[in-house]
Design a protein around this ligand. Structure first.
Ligand SMILES: Nc1ncnc2c1ncn2[C@@H]1O[C@H](COP(=O)(O)OP(=O)(O)OP(=O)(O)O)[C@@H](O)[C@H]1O
Ligand SMILES: [Mg+2]
Length: 286
């Protein structure tokens, strides 16, 4: 960043106004305060060894709405997401501080007595790079369902439903028993989305879920995210500002492990309070 503050940006910003048509009307405005949070970060910090990657985050994640995390590479977006289902626990020398509270039961997700497996059953994650299991397409999606004790007779319908929702069914319905590794990268990503959705998680974490997808598949995934509103709490990391603006209700802008600004997406993109947020969402950052 240069030392001098950039000129204020003229509003409105046409590229982001395109989203008006793409968003359902009820998604356009939200109050600043999140009335009904599904998760709250309360002074959450996280360190790898002596490297403090997340610094005292305070932020609500609105229940059954979509929250976007945006910010430059290395600011801690993935690290924040991975706290939600305790994915860091496998690393040596890590430290959580503060609380990450799952509502309404008030469980602190990062408390040592909370079992990571319980959190992973309730909170699904789709990673930036697709990571199918070395199993068939069908068994990838059925995997979590079997763990949840879904009867064998229901599996076929549940697998189909998840693949339909992830916009993959038509492409794989005749090859369900083939290995998942035989799918293209974009198909593998949608398979991972289907796998995460199949068990109807309370919270779905999506880390740049469309970065490997073509525009058609991207549009399908965005439609899917819309369809989850009202049913699932979604947190999505994206570098695509148009996407964040289109799909999310609330947005947090992160920089160097801190939340610089959080608020309704509409306001963050059209009327940010922080100069740094403005610079970032208008592409003038760095
Ligand atoms: N396993 C690890 N061990 C040590 N440091 C790590 C580890 N994983 C991430 N980091 C550091 O944590 C910081 C945040 O990384 P993170 O992956 O969360 O960023 P990000 O915002 O997701 O970036 P990107 O947009 O490039 O995906 C970086 O400085 C990174 O080097
Ligand atoms: Mg990342």
């Amino acid at each position: 960043m240069s030392g001098a503050l950039p000129e204020p940006v003229a509003r409105p910003m046409p590229s982001l106004l395109e989203r008006g048509a793409a968003r359902p009307p009820d998604a356009l405005t939200h109050p600043d305060e999140v009335a009904d949070p599904k998760v709250t970060a309360e002074g959450l910090s996280f360190s790898f060894g002596s490297h403090r990657v997340l610094k005292n985050l305070h932020m609500p994640i609105a229940r059954n709405l979509v929250t976007a995390l945006i910010g430059p590479s290395g600011c801690g977006k993935t690290t924040f997401l991975r706290c939600f289902n305790r994915m860091h626990d496998l690393y040596p020398d890590i430290r959580y501080e503060g609380r990450l509270v799952l509502h309404p039961d008030g469980r602190n997700i990062i408390a040592p007595e909370v079992h990571p497996v319980e959190m992973r059953m309730r909170i699904g994650m789709v990673f930036q790079k697709p990571n199918p299991y070395p199993k068939s397409i069908f068994d990838n999606v059925a995997f979590g369902l079997r763990l949840h004790g879904v009867p064998a007779g229901e599996l076929k319908d549940r697998v189909e439903e998840a693949l339909q929702r992830a916009a993959l069914w038509k492409e794989v319905k005749d090859r369900l028993r083939d290995p998942a590794y035989g799918l293209s990268g974009g198909q593998q990503q949608r398979l991972c989305i289907a796998r995460a959705l199949a068990t109807d998680p309370e919270v779905l974490l999506l880390d740049e879920p469309t970065s490997a997808l073509d525009p058609v598949a991207t549009a399908k995934v965005e439609e899917l995210i819309h369809s989850l509103r009202g049913r699932t709490t979604v947190v999505i990391v994206t570098h695509n500002m148009q996407q964040a603006a289109r799909v999310s209700d609330y947005t947090a802008f992160m920089y160097l492990g801190e939340i610089i600004e959080f608020g309704p997406t509409e306001r963050i993109f059209l009327n940010p309070r922080q100069q740094m947020t403005n610079d970032y969402v208008t592409g003038r950052f760095g």
